[in-house]
Design a protein around this ligand. Structure first.
Ligand code: PLP
Length: 394
């Protein structure tokens, strides 16, 4: 070969012979894959033989992550995506593909999910009915009345941390033959596995607990056998997929997911109890509160003494400026728009996660302007409490 050809071909495509196996999955950055024979490539393209052929279809690093999350969520297949939102979008497209273009959605969800339904699916002719998913009778009545093509809700709803009767809704959707999509980002498969309760498709923002270190934007879709083929076909055509670096980081993050979630849950219980007794705090919202409006669902669906790592609270009589001042006084707890990381974080829903909703819409949902959301990290709980205390006193 001439030098120009050598620069292109040297070092690559060497068969890794020998008896060694990398103990962790390497980052495969190749966009496409070469095979010995065209017959074999034909079989791989036709899904008759497993193997990567082109990055939009398949990637060994991504496949390893997909196989991991599929197993964690008890699914038949998984696709790792570039963001949580494109995971939810792809799941919704798949569910509605050959069904009535109507969605029954929980009224309390991540703001961008609501805006996706209203501002993207709406103009394309998909009607959305939003109902309080924690009012089981009303939700079941809406399911019977509206005959939707898909149902969507969050296991722990953002930001007031309500918990619907996912098991009963799962069964109702099964009886009605309507696919149920569940955003399990806040709960993680350590707390709840929706596919085991009757859901058909689970989505995550992997940006949050799964990756867990604030260095990945990603999402995953995990589906039952009935829906996975459609999701894979959509994914192969549209390419919403996660890149190999992010797949590697997410997989690396998941290795400590159980440890992190255990610590975050324990810390959240301590912080929520402390906040509930603080004179500057009007109300706390925490699934571990025995007086939580959905305590019966929580007791049935969650493992003992684990209620997630999120705590929301209202600062007594505070306006927007005072909330800002409180948040600016925090020294360790990070002011940032995310959750589920190793570090504790605080977010102002009216300005961030639910900014896209009108003030009237937020008010209807009970999201007041003095509401703050905390995502509890793995630090020493004494330091989290001390930081909140000094910021509240200031
Ligand atoms: C519950 C929930 N679902 C989905 C998303 C969207 O995820 P991403 O930002 O990774 O697109 C978020 C983001 O905050 C979220 O909180």
């Amino acid at each position: 070969m001439k030098i120009e050809s050598k620069t292109v071909h040297g070092g690559d495509r060497r068969k890794l012979t020998g008896d060694f196996v990398p103990v962790t999955t390497p980052i495969y950055t190749a966009a496409s894959y070469a095979y010995d024979s065209m017959e074999q490539l034909d079989r791989v393209f036709g899904l008759e033989e497993k193997g990567p052929s082109y990055g939009r279809y398949d990637n060994p690093t991504r496949s390893a992550l997909e196989s991991l999350v599929q197993d964690l969520e008890s699914g038949a297949g998984a696709i790792a995506c570039a963001s949580g939102m494109i995971a939810i979008h792809t799941a919704m497209l798949a569910a509605l593909m050959d069904r009535p273009k109507r969605v029954l959605a929980a009224n309390m969800m991540y703001g961008a999910t609501t805006s996706m339904l209203m501002n993207i699916f709406g103009p394309m002719g998909v009607e959305t009915d939003q109902i309080d998913a924690c009012d089981l009778a009303a939700f079941e009545a809406a399911l019977a009345e509206t005959k939707p093509g898909a149902v969507i809700l969050e296991t722990i709803a953002n930001p007031l941390l309500r918990v619907a009767a996912l098991d009963h809704i799962g069964q109702a959707c099964k009886r009605a033959h309507v696919p149920l999509i569940v955003d399990n980002t806040f709960a993680t498969p350590l707390l709840v596995r929706p596919l085991e309760l009757g859901a058909n498709i689970v989505c995550h923002s992997a940006t949050k607990y799964l990756a867990g270190h604030g260095d990945v934007l990603g999402g995953v879709i995990i589906a039952d056998a009935e829906h996975f083929d459609t999701i894979r076909t959509l994914s192969r055509t549209l390419g919403p997929v996660m890149g190999p670096f992010e797949s590697y980081l997410t997989m690396r993050g998941i290795k400590t997911l159980a440890l992190r979630v255990e610590r975050q849950c324990a810390n959240a219980c301590k912080v929520a109890t402390w906040l509930a007794a603080h004179p500057r705090v009007e109300r706390t919202f925490f699934p571990g509160d025995p007086k939580h409006p959905d305590a019966a669902n929580i007791a049935r669906l969650f493992p003992p003494n684990r209620f997630g790592g999120l705590v929301s609270f209202e600062l007594k009589g505070a306006n927007r400026a005072e909330i800002f001042r409180f948040m600016e006084k925090l020294q360790m707890v990070v002011r940032a728009t995310s959750l589920g990381d190793v570090h504790s974080m605080t977010l102002y829903p009216a300005m961030a996660s639910h900014r896209d909703l009108s003030p009237k819409h937020r008010e209807r949902l009970g999201i007041r302007d003095n509401l703050v959301r905390l995502s509890i990290g793995i630090e020493a709980h004494e330091d989290i409490v001390a930081d909140l205390e000094q910021a509240l006193s200031a």
